[in-house]
Design a protein around this ligand. Structure first.
Ligand SMILES: *Cc1c(COP(=O)(O)O)cnc(C)c1O
Length: 390
């Protein structure tokens, strides 16, 4: 099928909710992927931070296919070992106490919101259910996670939104502490605002909010859906901020390309939910969890140090390119501010065989965590060529 035929059929039958790039992808291997015409691309998107090990990683595929032939799904009314082993490894790597499995980032955020409200209700009763999130945040597309998303552009059409959400200004300590009043049960934040334009929070801000949370028994929720699972050079980004969150949501990179979301519970919240409070038919699926376990095994200290090192190298090289105003982010989650139009640069990159993302007005890079230095150099050369000619 030609690209034009694919596009026509998509327009005819698929709900038009995405502004797609005019490329139809066919297959991939490692960091490279190929469209239906056989054109090769270096992938610096990893499916928006999902394919941590790139395409078709042999060990991940083996883990997934072996489990597929054993038990592809069984209800959560029975025990299965892949999700239990995965929960153990994620807890050990993060210092969190318990894990709940869902299927996406938005769903993980529904989970943290429910857990925070129940914790507060059981301890303080009604009237202490407000959740603060930050301006410019992104937490997902379901009704509650959309309400929590601190961007006006998302708050249209779908009225009424969920009650009990309030917004504070990121990196403004005074504003945020002032909003932590007696009706508030939790505050939710991304350590680096991803969809908001790759905007990292300040260390002093995060620590001040964390200290106020402890003092007032307001739960600290960290949305690690994009920043988690090695992306920023530590297992979770919050581990670089010297804080201990009460609830953490994760998803994107956790499954290496298969759908999964996770809620992590700290000491305060580890008994917040009981049988019947929350659940998911597909959550903890054994095939997805078997693949995720392979990722956990790979993400040791040396792997994470390598991610941090490659991120530093990439940032330094990007800063040498023409039209680059600044480079923000952590590890292999970087946003490039340009003095030329990012959208033009992104489509020129695709023409030249390099896939990159946007985030607000920036070019965003989220390469597979396994990308080699040589592959990074190749990508930088393409970007340099594009920037020289815009
Ligand atoms: C992508 C993202 C989400 C939503 O995840 P979905 O899997 O698309 O539901 C939530 N929070 C953050 C920080 C994200 O980057």
């Amino acid at each position: 099928m030609s690209f034009e035929a694919i596009q026509q059929k998509e327009h005819a039958y698929v709900m038009q909710t995405y502004g797609r790039t005019p490329i139809a992808m066919d297959h991939g291997k490692g960091v490279m992927c190929y469209d239906v015409d056989g054109k090769e691309y270096i992938d610096m998107t990893s499916g928006i931070g999902v394919n941590a090990l790139g395409f078709a990683d042999p060990a991940w595929m083996a883990a997934v296919t072996e489990q597929l032939g054993k038990l592809q799904h069984i209800s959560n009314i029975y025990y299965t070992t892949p999700c239990i082993d995965l929960a153990e490894m994620v807890c050990q790597k993060s210092g969190m106490k318990k894990m709940f499995f869902g299927n996406s980032g938005a769903e993980a955020n529904e989970g943290v919101i429910k857990a925070a409200r129940k914790y507060s209700f059981m301890k303080y009763g009604k009237g202490r259910s407000t959740i603060i999130s930050l301006q410019n945040s992104f937490h997902g597309r379901t009704m509650a996670s959309l309400t929590a998303t601190g961007q006006d552009a998302y708050h249209n059409y779908f009225f009424p939104f969920v009650e009990g959400f309030m917004f504070a200004t990121a990196n403004d300590i005074e504003d945020t502490l002032g909003k932590m009043t007696s009706d508030v049960c939790a505050i939710m934040m991304e350590m680096v605002q991803g969809e908001g334009g790759v905007v990292p929070l300040d260390m002093a801000y995060v620590q001040a909010v964390a200290a106020a949370c402890k003092e007032k028994d307001i739960l600290l929720i960290v949305d690690e859906v994009q920043t988690g699972i090695g992306r920023t050079g530590s297992f979770f980004a919050f581990q670089q901020f010297g804080i201990e969150p009460d609830l953490v949501s994760c998803a994107k990179g956790l499954g290496g390309g298969l759908p999964i979301g996770g809620v992590l519970f700290g000491e305060k919240t580890e008994t917040a939910l009981v049988a019947g409070d929350h659940g998911s038919t597909f959550g903890g699926n054994p095939v997805v969890c078997a693949g995720a376990l392979e990722i956990m095994k790979r993400l040791d200290d040396a792997f994470l140090a390598d991610v941090a090192e490659k991120g530093k190298f990439l940032k330094e090289e990007l800063l040498k390119l023409p039209h680059v105003v600044s480079v923000d982010g952590m590890g292999l989650m970087l946003g490039i501010a340009l003095d030329v139009d990012a959208k033009t640069v992104i489509s020129k990159c695709a023409e030249e065989g390099l896939l990159v993302l946007s985030a607000k007005t920036k070019v965003r890079l989220l390469p597979p965590l396994v990308i080699s230095k040589q592959e990074l150099e190749k990508a930088i050369l393409v970007l340099a060529k594009v920037l020289k000619n815009v």
